[in-house]
Ligand binder design. Structure first.
Ligand SMILES: Cc1ncc(COP(=O)(O)O)c(C=O)c1O
Length: 354
């Protein structure tokens, strides 16, 4: 007899991208920021590592929520903090999705959604994106408890205009989660935050793991209507952010200009990476994120990912029908990009040489 719930016994756990500990690799597989967090962030994290660590942190991460409210123009009651945005996704699912409840999303998208729906014994209603990754029309007629819209979408990097998200919010009865993990890399005006004023069924999810260079600190924020967030907060762990994370996140928000400088560098490198990948024969979807999806139609890129890995360059490959012929490549430093392109070019030559 199994000691776990049948659904847990049957499911596959989510498999995160490889995280090598030590050794020199060019790490372009999990969309981290290649540049460090602001000096004030590191100083704040160090300053929080005192004797006071014996005491629990403020349960709701109030200093971080207050700073976020100031920066994003909302009230602190409209902000919930999580131990990474993944934890906030878990909280959303735990609070909203029961057995057989429907969760709707276009696919391919962030595959953790599948795992979380399964854990809740909910039902995923997935609607395929068309080839150009515009929102599928069937999404506007879908019914369910929860809808996930990753914008910019992972792993495509494609961007849906906010006006379309507003239309979805009007059409859908349940809660619409706009996962904006990558929105800081998109053009200004791409965020759905302004929709919160008129749509009490919209929540916006942000992470500090990408633009703010804090993947190792585990900080996410959820913005939404105060009443809805109060309900979701009921399922959170009591002290979900550490004292160090609260201090680091608050300092990061006080240094938004530092983040924006790094984003500008990454966006510039993204343009060069896309152009040079195209030169190597890849079809590259226009990306509004800190990664690109590079495809060679009909050619499995699994062996290319493995060969790059042997050369110390990590990129992501998804062995699904829709994504098998593509690589998802994070935008690194200029040097990282040179290493990747040189390794890919050598592989192409090797492939052509009998
Ligand atoms: C679309 C999307 N949402 C959420 C996350 C989770 O981010 P974190 O838990 O680091 O905040 C990721 C991480 O890669 C992501 O790609």
């Amino acid at each position: 007899m199994s000691r776990v719930r049948p659904i847990v016994e049957r499911m596959h756990g989510y498999v995160p991208g490889e995280q090598p500990q030590g050794g020199r690799v060019v790490k372009l597989n999990t969309n981290e920021n290649p540049y460090p967090p602001a000096p004030g962030v590191i100083a704040a994290a160090r300053a929080a590592a005192t004797d006071e660590l014996r005491l629990y942190p403020e349960p709701s991460a109030r200093p971080l929520r207050e700073e976020a409210a100031r920066v994003y123009g909302v009230r602190p009651e409209q902000v919930l903090a999580g131990n990474g945005s993944d934890e906030l996704l878990t909280m959303l699912m735990r609070a909203i999705v029961g057995p057989d409840d429907i969760v709707v999303y276009p696919e391919p998208t962030y595959s953790l959604y599948d795992t979380l729906v399964t854990i809740q014994e909910g039902r995923a209603l997935t609607i395929p994106f068309p080839a150009d990754f515009t929102l599928p029309p069937a999404l506007f007629a879908a019914e369910g408890r929860l809808m996930m819209v990753c914008n910019p979408n992972a792993p495509s990097g494609s961007l849906t205009p906010v006006a379309m998200i507003a239309e979805l919010a009007r059409a859908f009865d349940g809660v619409v989660v706009v996962d904006e993990a990558y929105v800081d890399f998109a053009p200004p005006g791409s965020t759905a935050l302004p929709l919160l004023a008129a749509h009490d069924n919209v929540v916006v999810l942000r992470t500090f793991s990408k633009s703010f260079s804090l993947a190792g600190m585990r900080i996410g924020l959820l913005f939404g209507h105060a009443d809805l967030l109060a309900e979701i907060a009921k399922v959170k762990d009591s002290y979900n952010l550490s004292r160090v994370a609260i201090a680091a996140g608050t300092a990061a928000l006080a240094a938004v200009d530092w983040m924006e400088r790094n984003v500008a560098r990454i966006v510039a490198t993204r343009g060069r990476l896309a152009a040079q990948l195209a030169g190597l024969g890849y079809d590259v979807l226009p990306s509004a994120a800190n990664f690109v999806l590079a495809r060679r139609a009909g050619q499995d890129q699994g062996p290319v990912q493995a060969a790059l890995r042997d050369r110390g360059v990590l990129v992501r490959h998804f062995a699904t029908e829709r994504l098998r012929d593509a690589l998802r490549i994070s935008v690194g430093t200029e040097d990282d990009t040179d290493c990747l392109l040189a390794a890919l070019a050598r592989l192409s030559v090797a492939r052509r040489t009998p």
